[in-house]
Ligand binder design. Structure first.
Ligand SMILES: [Zn+2]
Length: 198
């Protein structure tokens, strides 16, 4: 089962685990975990687990290869500068890689939610692409702007989901923002005082 197999019907699970935003954030986290040329399957499984996927999570080398290809395709959506570009990228993926929209409750184990993969037991790569396209498409619909971005730090390049309101972040994290600010400050100082910082 490629969604959350069993989930409490009390508390926050219904509203948070299954939310569009959580699914979109999981998409970004997996795109980042799969950006390595040779990702450790254990690291990818950790991300899945962090977003509620139950054990056992068995990822073969073939699964990882398929998921890496899906993640590379999804990166195009995160790289989109404008809503039009994000929509075009999503439309390409939806046309080529996903099935018709259907609702599933995984046999009553989860709240009803939409899927675009062909089956509840679809392979990991199909599941990744379909579930990510679903949530990212809803975010474009809801906000009329790209659902996420690629971190502006060239040494990072993480995908992240932009917040619903407030000024748009350019960096994936406070860490990246601080590092880039310090680097920019050093550059401007060395431009002013080339001898001292050479
Ligand atoms: Zn970053």
């Amino acid at each position: 089962m490629r969604y959350i197999a069993s989930v409490s019907f009390n508390g926050d699970d219904r509203s948070t685990r299954h939310s569009v935003l959580t699914t979109a954030r999981r998409a970004a986290a997996l795109v980042n975990a799969l950006a390595d040329e040779h990702p450790d399957p254990a690291d990818v499984a950790d991300v899945l687990r962090a977003y509620g996927e139950p054990d056992p999570i068995d990822l073969t080398a073939r699964d990882i290869a398929g998921m890496r290809a899906a993640a590379a395709s999804l990166r195009q959506v995160f790289a989109a500068e404008h809503a039009d570009d994000a929509a075009a990228a999503l439309n390409r993926l939806l046309k080529d890689h996903t099935g018709p929209l259907r609702l599933t409750s995984h046999g009553g184990g989860t709240p009803w939610h939409p899927h675009l993969d062909h089956d509840d037991n679809a392979p990991w790569d199909e599941w990744l692409l379909a579930s990510s396209c679903m949530s990212l498409a809803v975010l474009v619909w809801d906000r009329q702007r790209p659902p996420g971005r690629i971190c502006a730090s060239t040494s990072c390049q993480n995908a992240f989901i932009t917040q619903g309101s407030g000024p748009e972040r350019r960096y994936c994290s406070r860490r990246c923002a601080t590092r880039e600010r310090v680097a920019a400050h050093r550059r401007s100082r060395s431009a002013e005082q080339p001898d001292e910082t050479a």
